[in-house]
Design a protein around this ligand. Structure first.
Ligand code: ZN
Ligand code: FE
Length: 258
């Protein structure tokens, strides 16, 4: 039976996490980064879905905390990074490997994107990118276990994907990210447009994801660390800031205290 195009919907969890639910017109489904089991089980029940696959991007509790609860109800294949801090992974994957989800007719390529954590991975395929806490809409993850150089390399890797790629981040941080981005690059008209739309979406209680990579490239300061305006903003705080990782490090530290 041919598969319908993938349908990807958000299951909200905690205060600002999204657990992405992937279906293809049948009962089979996958979820990405189930930090909590309860909202996932409710969605499966409500829609009559069978959990066949779980994709994990990194070890943080708000991304894997629902695993034990889900495994009491289902026996999915579980894809995750080579990191012993994450239990219950049935297939550990590395850069360039392909994750096949035959029950959904979908395939994703694995990208290693260290920076937020040392072993963070992302999944790219079917026009979608599941990037966990590496890339956010108009922002990026905190550098808990990596250097600015690693994060710059990781974001460069994501920035090289097709611009029409839809970016499924794991958190609804877009509004506060826009306020920060406007402090970095107040004269960017694309950013101003995105920020205006994001304020309207959030005021109406609506989700801001997924955006496209093209939009991120035009508005996200962490994907623009070689743009003169972003480098200049970094130099106002650290006169020695250079284009690339150095600027990323300065604006990431600025955002940490914003
Ligand atoms: Zn995280
Ligand atoms: Fe997170």
């Amino acid at each position: 039976m041919p598969h319908a195009p993938l349908e990807i919907t958000a299951i909200p969890a905690f205060s600002d996490n999204y657990i992405w639910l992937i279906t293809a017109g049948g009962e089979a489904c996958a979820v990405v980064d189930p930090g909590d089991h309860q909202p996932v089980l409710e969605a499966l029940e409500r829609r009559g879905l069978e959990l066949r696959y779980i994709l994990l991007t990194h070890h943080h509790a708000d991304h894997v905390g629902g695993m034990a609860g889900l495994l009491r109800h289902a026996s999915p294949e579980v894809f995750g990074p080579h990191d012993r801090r994450i239990a219950a992974v049935t297939r550990r994957v590395a850069e360039g490997e392909v994750v096949a989800l035959p029950a959904l007719g979908a395939r994703f390529e694995v990208l290693e994107v260290p920076g937020h954590t040392a072993t963070h991975i992302a999944f790219h395929g079917e026009g979608a990118l599941f990037c966990g806490d590496t890339l956010f809409s108009v922002g990026c993850g905190r550098l808990f276990e990596g250097t600015p150089e690693q994060m710059q390399d990781s974001l460069d890797k994501l920035a090289a994907l097709p611009p029409e790629t839809r970016v499924y981040c794991a958190h609804e941080y877009t509004r506060s990210n826009c306020e920060f981005a406007l402090a970095v690059e107040p004269g960017n008209p694309d950013l101003q447009r995105v920020a205006h739309w994001v304020r309207a979406q959030r005021s109406a209680g609506r989700i801001t994801l997924p955006g496209t990579l093209a939009t991120e490239l035009s508005a996200n300061p962490f994907l623009r660390t070689r743009q003169p305006a972003v480098v200049a903003a970094a130099r106002e705080r650290e006169p020695g800031a250079a284009p690339g990782a150095s600027t990323l490090g300065v604006i990431r530290a600025w955002k940490d205290g914003f």
